[in-house]
Design a binder for this molecule. Structure first.
Ligand code: Q9C
Ligand code: ZN
Length: 363
């Protein structure tokens, strides 16, 4: 990159012998642009929009964080290490099945297999499949959704591979996000669980123990569920208390893991209006658990919807708090993959994301 030939004073301060953090990004994210999500009785414009990525890219360039590189293609294999094959097939064919009905707008579910209904039989009709394979109606499927979703997973995998190949850190600028997606369900703007796919890739490429630190405002229900019975992947999350916040039905403090995974899940739910000092104290608790786990690497589910002005969230972090988060994660001294999750104060997410990454880099 030309910009690296004339580093700014800020990049001169980096203590890592001239290395900068690579960002992985695919323009295919823009092929996913949902019109609306169902919220409080009406269809509202999607908060999760393509411009989010453009703001992050602009801030990366302005800060001269490092080069932005395209993803490699990893194919289906690493996806089905985490997700059920029938779910991946559903995502791939959903738009074709929906448009075959003569529909031209986005596909959205409207019926779900809740208690006392059959949750074990995927229906044949797309209307039934949409509900079977989802937890909510915040997951529009458009003509370009599969292309964008599979590119997003490839972005995460490329970041994971950079670290297997020796990088200390990388930033996977994933969009759509992933942490609400379970092994067999989409939800909360998420389709494939990019962080989980990256963590499993690390397990399959030499790392014995992987930690996932989820700092998105919302509980990473999908990631938790995927690794809930495993002792080789520790999931630690700080998030809005599910008593009062999406996803409501997971993310409580008493969820500590099951079977071999007992003790390898840590939830730190926080109240609406949580201030920076309280947030950072919870972060330290999560980091202490990760340090004690003996991880070979950490995947950070990086949501910046903890920001005070986020339109759908209720914590009070300021832009000046994000470098502290990055610096404290860096103090683990572990190979670190940052995976983009949420953040909907669009004009500010670039600043807030880059603040985390520069805080990590020591600048
Ligand atoms: N319209 C992530 O941050 N429902 N997902 C919000 C406000 C879904 C958030 C309701 C929130 C999902 C990745
Ligand atoms: Zn979120």
């Amino acid at each position: 990159m030309a910009s690296r030939a004339t580093p700014s004073p800020a990049t001169h301060r980096l203590p890592h012998s001239g290395t900068t953090m690579l960002t992985v990004h695919s323009p295919d994210h823009a092929l996913h642009h949902g019109a609306a999500e169902f919220y409080r009785g009406r269809l509202v414009p999607c908060f999760e929009m393509p411009s989010r990525v453009e703001h992050v890219l602009a801030s990366i360039a302005a800060a001269e964080l490092g080069a932005v590189i395209p993803p490699e293609s990893f194919g289906r294999e690493p996806l089905v290490r985490v997700h059920a094959p029938d779910y991946v097939a559903f995502l791939e064919s959903a738009w074709a099945e929906w448009s075959a009905l003569g529909e031209t707008g986005d596909a959205l579910p409207y019926v779900w297999p809740a208690r006392d209904l059959r949750g074990d039989v995927p229906p044949a009709h797309i209307d039934g499949k949409l509900g079977f394979y989802s937890i909510d109606a915040a997951v529009p499927i458009t003509a370009g959704t599969w292309t964008a979703v599979s590119a997003s997973a490839n972005v995460a995998l490329t970041g994971a591979k950079l670290i297997v190949d020796g990088a200390r850190s990388a930033f996977a600028l994933c969009r759509p996000p992933g942490h609400h997606a379970g092994a067999r369900a989409m939800g909360g703007f998420c389709y494939l669980n990019n962080a989980a796919i990256a963590a499993q890739y690390w397990r399959d490429h030499g790392m014995a123990r992987v930690a996932i630190l989820d700092v998105d405002y919302h509980h990473g229900n999908g990631t938790q569920a995927i690794f809930y019975d495993r002792a080789d992947v520790l999931f630690a999350s700080l998030h809005g208390d599910p008593q009062v916040e999406y996803p409501f039905f997971l993310g409580y403090a008493d969820e500590t893991g099951t079977g071999a995974g007992e003790g390898f899940n840590l939830n730190l739910p926080l109240a609406w209006g949580t201030e920076p000092a309280e947030y950072l104290s919870a972060l330290d608790t999560a980091l202490e658990r990760i340090a004690g786990f003996g991880a070979d690497g950490v995947v950070v589910s990086l949501g910046v919807d903890t920001f005070e002005h986020d339109p759908i969230s209720h914590f009070k972090l300021t832009s000046a708090d994000y470098p502290t988060i990055g610096a404290r994660i860096a103090a683990l001294g572990l190979p670190t993959l940052f995976v983009m999750e949420g953040g909907y104060a669009v004009a500010d997410i670039g600043t807030n994301v880059v603040n985390v990454l520069r805080g990590f880099e020591g600048g």
